[in-house]
Design a protein around this ligand. Structure first.
Ligand code: NDP
Ligand code: 2IT
Length: 445
C-alpha cells in the first residue's frame, strides 16, 4: 500500500476500533488506489481520502418491541449515511443478530463505490438491526418493523435516503416499514423505499436483480476469454434472495447449479437444483434448506465442512461476508473452479481474493458483480418518480445493459491503471474516481 493511503488506513483503524469488517473493506479499496493516485495525485489532496472514509452521518437508535407472549425486547437500529456526492443515500437494511456498527459501516462503504459503478445517480448508505427474524411470527416482525421505522422515518425520504432490503429484509419487511412510514408522514412517498410489492410501487425484476446481475457479470467475464456458462457446474452458497435468482439465471444460460446453503448446512443436488422446489420452501414456506432433501431424491444435506468443498467450474458466493476463506479458495481452485462472481458483499476473505488472483482465474468482486440489485432499485425510484411502470422485459433489458456497462468500466479501468483483467482494481478505481470527481466539484463538504 502506498504511504499516502497507508496513513489514511491507519487513521481508520485507530478511529474505528474493533470494527474489523469496516477496516477490511477500507483496506481493499485503498489498496487499489496506489496506481490511481500515482497517475492523478490530486485525488490525495484536500483530505479527499480522509473525507471519503468518514460517514457523513451515523444514526444509532433503540428499537423496543413486544413479542407475542407480551415480553419486551430491545434491539439496536442503525443507519449509516455514508456519502451523498452522487445522489440520495441508497442501500439496504440488514436484520441479523450479527449486525453492529462495524458491519453496517463496511456495507455502507462498499455501497458508495458499487452505486457509483451503476451510474444511476445514487449515494451510499446502509442500515439495519441486530434483530433476528428467524422463528418470529408475522405479527412480531410487523411490530419490530413499525418500531424501527418510527425512528428511521425522521431521517429518510425519496431525495434524502432510500433504504431497501438485504439479509433478513425482503418484501414482507419492506411492506410493514412502508406502511408505518406512510402513516407517520401522511404522505405516499413511494420512492422512499425500494423492493416494494408490485401492487404499491415496486418494480418488476427487483426481486431477481441481484442474483441475475451476478450471473450476467460472470458471463461477461467468461466472454473476455471466449467462453460461456453453457454446461458449466455452478457452486452456489446461500439460500435466500440472491442465491435463488442466481440459480435461476444460471439455469437460463445453460449452466448447472448443484448446491445452495444456509447457516445450518449445504445441499448438493448433482442432478441440478430443482428451483421450483427451492422457491416453494424458502419463499413460500420460509423453511430451511434441509427441507429440500426430504422432498428431492438424490439430493444430500451436508452439515459439516463447507459448500466450497464441492468441485465445480463456477462459484457464486451469495450468503454473507467472509464466508469463503483462503483454504476454501484453494480447495475450489483444486476442484477446477475458473470463475468467481460475488453475489454477496465481501464474501471472500483477503486471503481468498489473493489466491484467486494468483491463480489467474476470473474474479468479480461484489461491488461490481452484485450491483444489479441496487441498480434496479434506482430503476424502481425512476418509475416511482415518473408514476409509471415498465414491463419485465423492459426492466430486465435495462439491468442487462447496466451490468454490461459495469463490466466494461471495470475492464477499462484495470487496463488504464496497468493491471488488465484485475476486476478488483478496476471496480475500485472506476467507482472511486466517479465519486471523487464529484466530491471535488462540490468543494469541502
Ligand atoms: P437473505 O436473507 O435472503 O438470504 C441470506 C442467506 O444467507 C440465507 O440462506 C442465510 O441463511 C445465509 N446467511 C446469512 N448470514 C449467514 C451467516 N452468518 N452464516 C451462514 N449463512 C448465512 O439475504 P440476501 O440473499 O438478500 O443477501 C445475501 C447476500 O447478498 C448478503 O451478503 C447481502 O448483503 C448481499 N446482497 C444482497 C442484495 C439484495 O438485493 N438482496 C444486493 C446486493 C448484495 P440463514 O437463513 O440460515 O441465516
Ligand atoms: O447490498 C446491496 O446492494 C443491497 N442490499 C441492495 C441495496 C438497494 O438499495 O437496493
Amino acid at each position: 500500500m502506498q504511504d499516502v493511503v497507508e496513513k489514511v488506513y491507519e487513521q481508520v483503524v485507530a478511529r474505528n476500533r474493533g470494527e474489523v469488517e469496516f477496516h477490511q473493506a477500507v483496506h481493499e479499496v485503498l489498496d487499489s488506489l496506489g496506481p490511481v493516485i500515482a497517475k492523478h495525485p490530486h485525488y490525495a489532496e484536500g483530505a479527499l481520502l480522509e473525507r471519503i472514509v468518514e460517514p457523513e452521518r451515523q444514526i444509532m437508535f433503540r428499537v423496543p418491541w413486544v413479542d407475542d407472549a407480551g415480553q419486551v425486547h430491545v434491539n439496536r437500529g442503525f443507519r449509516i449515511e455514508f456519502n451523498s456526492a452522487l445522489g440520495p443515500y441508497k442501500g439496504g437494511l440488514r436484520f441479523h443478530p450479527s449486525v453492529n456498527a462495524g458491519i453496517i459501516k463496511f456495507l455502507g462503504f462498499e455501497q458508495i463505490f458499487k452505486n457509483a459503478l451503476t451510474a444511476q445517480g445514487i449515494g451510499g448508505g446502509k442500515g439495519g438491526s441486530d434483530f433476528d427474524p428467524h422463528g418470529r411470527s408475522d405479527a412480531e416482525v410487523m411490530r419490530f418493523c413499525q418500531s424501527f421505522m418510527t425512528e428511521l422515518s425522521r431521517h429518510i425520504g425519496p431525495s434524502t435516503d432510500v433504504p431497501a432490503g438485504d439479509i433478513g429484509v425482503g418484501g414482507r419487511e419492506i411492506g410493514y416499514m412502508f406502511g408505518q412510514y406512510k402513516r407517520l408522514r401522511n404522505s405516499y412517498d413511494a420512492g422512499v423505499l425500494t423492493g416494494k410489492g408490485l401492487a404499491w410501487g415496486g418494480s418488476l425484476v427487483r426481486t431477481e436483480a441481484t442474483g441475475y446481475g451476478a450471473v450476467l457479470f460472470a458471463q461477461s467475464m467468461l466472454a473476455t476469454r471466449g467462453e460461456s456458462l453453457e454446461g458449466k457446474k455452478v457452486i452456489v452458497s446461500g439460500g435466500g434472495n440472491v442465491a435463488i435468482y442466481a440459480i435461476e439465471k444460471a439455469q437460463q444460460l445453460g449452466a448447472i447449479p448443484i448446491t445452495f446453503s444456509d447457516s445450518s448446512g449445504y445441499v448438493v443436488d448433482e442432478a441440478g437444483v430443482d428451483l421450483e422446489l427451492l422457491k416453494q420452501i424458502k419463499e413460500v414456506e420460509r423453511g430451511r434448506v434441509a427441507d429440500y432433501v426430504e422432498r428431492r431424491p438424490g439430493a444430500r444435506l451436508v452439515t459439516g465442512g463447507s459448500v466450497w468443498d464441492v468441485p465445480g467450474d463456477v462459484a457464486l458466493p451469495c450468503a454473507t461476508q467472509n464466508e469463503l476463506d483462503g483454504d476454501a479458495a484453494n480447495t475450489l481452485l483444486r476442484g477446477g473452479c475458473g470463475v468467481v462472481s460475488e453475489g454477496a458483499n465481501m464474501p471472500s476473505t483477503p486471503e481468498a481474493v489473493e489466491a484467486f488472483q494468483k491463480a489467474g482465474i476470473l474474479f468479480g468482486p461484489g461491488k461490481a458483480a452484485n450491483a444489479g440489485g441496487v441498480a434496479t432499485s434506482a430503476l424502481e425510484m425512476e418509475q416511482n418518480a415518473g408514476r409509471t411502470r415498465w414491463d419485465f422485459a423492459t426492466a430486465e433489458a435495462k439491468l442487462t445493459g447496466i451490468m454490461a456497462d459495469i463490466h466494461d468500466s471495470c475492464v477499462a479501468a484495470a487496463e488504464e491503471y496497468g493491471r488488465p483483467g484485475d476486476y478488483v482494481l478496476g471496480a475500485n478505481a472506476a467507482g472511486f474516481t466517479r465519486v471523487a470527481d464529484v466530491m471535488i466539484a462540490h468543494g469541502i463538504v
